[in-house]
Design a protein around this ligand. Structure first.
Ligand code: ATP
Length: 432
């Protein structure tokens, strides 16, 4: 099994991620997140939110609608430009993204060379609102969260007394009818994005672009991704999106290659200008200093929650040998780990006092687990596999010395600490 297959298997086995509607055969490119996956996703989103808020102020949040009308996506350029090149093999009927394969070579599936012409395939999911199915009822599921930020820019600004420069951030679902969803959570048809649009004066872009790039790179370090797996790559002019004059991708070295994790883009004033033109509403801002109106420019930071989820698992997945036994361990940063600590009575007879400690710490808001079944060694392995940084064990001595043993996931080192210091020990570990 390659590393990605092992991660997919672990995600299913331990309840991180399931195929959507699995009992009906699944849905290609769509996934459900199980209990641990939901916690991990929540921690990723919290960490992102914290990083966005502490870096540049002021920052405002929105939660936009998923459905958008035709006019909005027409203005943004998506109805015309948001497509991928599609090619079919007429022999085996397989469909490919034309830029994914070598069209001078034979079909990688059937070995014949029988390509159709390249066609553009619209990636937005289209639907109709209400009972009518004519062109006036067409709506789209948003393929990115950014546009609701742009169309509400004026409302947000005027109802919150903020001045340029400021940011609007949003976490939410996005949908793309990807031709070939693949590599698990890397390319999905329904996914979640964390996007931040930083509105500034045109001449400030050169200051803010590198500033945000630096802040976003620091974020990956903060959540424990290994520095050597992160690369910054500036887009060549021929690969820039229709709205961007400059883009730097933060790429991650996945087991299947170095790929985009986050895009930092100078969107200029493209979006606000387009929405101004198409809606007929003035989206310019008055500058008190120059006494002139202008359309703000935007630096965008955009990352997928699910893609980052996968990057974190790839980064953390480790197999090592402890005392002759191979174990699988997710070396997730304690900040991100879904379960922060496990509370284990050495034997079932000692469950009661340990359960009381577990209840105390849960009441204080820590996401911890209590596990009394199986040998303690097996329980350690279970926690290692889901990335729990610490295990506290209550044994026969605990009653007398009011201490527990704490075991570190990565080093497997154990130490004896007083029951009174469990919380401070945990707190210190979560800051690492
Ligand atoms: P790619 O070139 O990989 O298709 P993109 O350049 O189209 O990505 P953007 O439009 O810049 O992607 O989207 C911003 C972020 O949203 C990406 O960096 C990625 O993390 C995430 N993302 C985009 N498409 C998907 C998808 N199909 N599945 C999961 N995450 C995605």
């Amino acid at each position: 099994m390659n590393q990605l297959d092992k991660i997919v298997a672990l995600c299913k086995r331990r309840g991180f991620v399931y195929q959507a509607a699995e009992i009906y055969g699944g849905l290609n490119g769509v996934y459900d997140f199980g209990p641990l996956g939901t916690l991990l996703k929540r921690n990723i989103k919290d960490a992102w939110m914290q990083s966005i808020f502490t870096t540049q102020q002021p920052m405002l949040l929105v939660d936009g609608a998923i459905l958008g009308n035709h006019a909005m996506w027409e203005a943004s350029g998506h109805t015309q430009n948001f497509s991928d090149p599609l090619v079919d093999c007429t022999n085996c009927k397989r469909r490919f993204r034309a830029d994914d394969i070598d069209l001078d070579a034979n079909c990688p599936v059937c070995g014949k060379k029988a390509w159709t012409e390249i066609r553009q395939f619209q990636l937005m999911f289209q639907t109709n609102l209400g009972a009518a199915t004519d062109s006036s009822s067409i709506a789209y599921l948003r393929p990115e969260t950014a546009q609701s930020i742009f169309v509400q820019f004026k409302n947000v600004m005027s109802t919150n007394r903020v001045k340029i420069p400021f940011g609007i951030a949003q976490i939410g679902k996005a949908f793309r009818n990807e031709i070939t969803p693949k590599q698990f959570l890397f390319r999905m048809r329904e996914f979640e994005q964390m996007e931040m649009e930083w509105f500034c004066k045109p001449e400030q872009v050169d200051t803010f672009f590198p500033l945000w790039l630096k802040a976003r790179t620091a974020f990956y370090d903060h959540i424990g991704i290994k520095k050597e797996n992160i690369t910054l790559r500036e887009h060549e002019s021929d690969e820039l999106s229709h709205y961007s004059s400059r883009t730097t991708d933060i790429e991650y070295t996945f087991p299947f290659g170095q790929k985009e994790l986050e895009g930092i883009a100078d969107r200029g004033n493209f979006d606000l200008t387009q929405h101004s033109k198409h809606s007929g509403k003035d989206l310019s801002v008055y500058d008190d200093e120059t006494k002139q109106s202008y359309i703000p420019h935007v630096v965008e930071c955009s990352v997928g929650v699910d893609r980052l989820f996968l990057a974190l698992l790839c980064d953390a997945y480790t197999e090592d040998t402890i005392e002759g036994e191979t174990r699988t361990v997710l070396k997730l940063s304690p900040r991100i780990a879904p379960i922060k600590a496990a509370f284990l009575p050495l034997v079932k007879k000692l469950s009661e006092p340990m359960h009381a400690l577990y209840k105390d710490i849960t009441a204080k808001g820590y996401m911890v687990e209590f596990d009394e079944s199986g040998s303690v060694g097996k329980r350690y392995r279970r926690q290692d596999e889901i990335g729990t940084p610490l295990c506290f064990t209550y044994d026969f001595e605990s009653e007398n010395d009011t201490c527990v043993t704490v075991r570190n996931r990565d080093t497997t080192q154990q130490e004896r600490i007083s029951i009174d210091s469990i919380e401070s020990y945990l707190q210190a570990a979560l800051k690492q």
